[in-house]
Design a binder for this molecule. Structure first.
Ligand code: PEP
Ligand code: MN
Length: 346
């Protein structure tokens, strides 16, 4: 880290900082400038840096303390310069490979999820999504089918061969969900549930980590670092819209944030235009824009009958609309020099 002294800081103030660094066992180097003196400090153990920076910033004559390394390591490009590929089942995300996740917001019945799975496959989607545990804003709305829903999702995988992705909202569901699902989703509302993140670091399935709608890119990457630090580097980040002053759309799809995050991390990043916009009418435009901005895949809500959906019907594509969108995605992905991975369409 670099300790920037205030303009005109006195020599005793500089020496006090140096004495504190020496006391803690860190090496230092002083650069006397015309206005500011800078003190470079090296050797602080990783876990102590943040607290130390806070302590040093309080010493007299210190203007600010600037960290040199990023606060996340394993997920950063410093750790792996090549982009990573993460697979859900056989569907790859990253390093030029694009896969599409689609399916209903929630699993509602055997008929519904089977119909949805077949439509996802027919359109060329690579992963089937569906929530059994739903984090709903109101406690009085449909909360998901729970365990029986997982069984139906598993049956839909049997019927189509598509790998399945479903959300965990609580550490207590993790064992049961990982037994069934090919991949686990951590929703926007749980992005900073650090116990859940740590537990997901112990599983051997890929984790889709959605960005909290009030989280900065840095907070999102630090959340991913929790999973990585606990042992699981199979992480796919998902930009799903953040809260802004705009009310025309449900959230604001932050494609600048997605592109910025891609510069920082080697992990694949996908976009969810459904929750971001809240209306099926805007999903195609934002899906295409996200791919153009560098997304390694998409998560799209599709319901066989959106007008009968128990949750998120207005933002759900019909099977026909999904197919039309996939027909637009194919030439775009090719023009971008990427490869769209679809299972055998049946
Ligand atoms: C979902 O994917 O169904 C969901 C609840 O998303 P988010 O956590 O982004 O709101
Ligand atoms: Mn939803």
């Amino acid at each position: 880290m670099i300790i920037v002294m205030q303009a005109g800081a006195s020599e005793p103030q500089i020496q006090r900082v140096v004495a504190r660094l020496t006391e803690l066992g860190y090496e230092h180097h002083i650069s006397y400038g015309v206005e500011h003196t800078l003190i470079g400090a090296v050797g602080a153990p990783e876990g102590e840096k943040e607290a130390l920076a806070g302590q040093l910033s309080l010493l007299p004559g210190v203007e600010r303390v600037v960290p040199i390394l990023r606060p996340y390591k394993l997920v950063s490009r410093e750790h792996a310069t090549e982009p990573s590929v993460v697979r859900i089942g056989k569907a790859p995300f990253g390093r030029g490979q694009v896969s599409i996740i689609a399916g209903p917001c929630a699993i509602e019945s055997e008929k519904q999820i089977l119909e949805a799975a077949k439509a996802v496959k027919a359109a060329g989607g690579a992963v089937l999504r569906g929530g059994a545990y739903k984090p709903r804003t109101s406690p009085y709305t449909f909360q998901g089918m729970g365990e029986p829903g997982l069984q139906l999702l598993s049956a839909a995988r049997e019927a189509t061969g598509l790998p399945i992705l479903t959300e965990v909202t609580d550490v207590r569901q993790l064992e049961e969900v990982t037994r069934v699902a090919d991949s686990v989703q951590i929703g926007a509302r749980n992005m900073q549930n650090y116990d859940l993140l740590r537990e997901c670091g112990q599983i051997s399935k890929p984790v889709v980590l959605k960005r909290g709608f009030a989280a900065t890119v840095q907070e999102w990457l630090r959340a991913a670092e929790y999973i990585a630090a606990a042992g699981n580097l199979d992480i796919i980040l998902c930009e799903r819209g953040i809260r802004t002053f705009e009310t025309e759309t449900r959230f604001t799809l932050d494609l600048g944030g997605l592109a910025a995050a891609k510069l920082e991390t080697h992990l694949p990043i996908i976009a969810d235009p459904s929750h971001a916009t809240g209306t099926h009418k805007l999903v195609p435009a934002m899906a295409l824009a996200a791919l153009a901005a560098g997304a390694d895949g998409l998560m799209i809500e599709m319901h066989p009958h959106p007008d009968r959906a128990l949750s998120d019907g207005p933002q759900s594509l019909t099977p026909k609309r999904l197919k039309t969108l996939m027909d637009q995605i194919r030439p775009l992905v090719a023009a971008l020099g990427l490869e769209l991975i679809s299972p055998e369409r049946g």
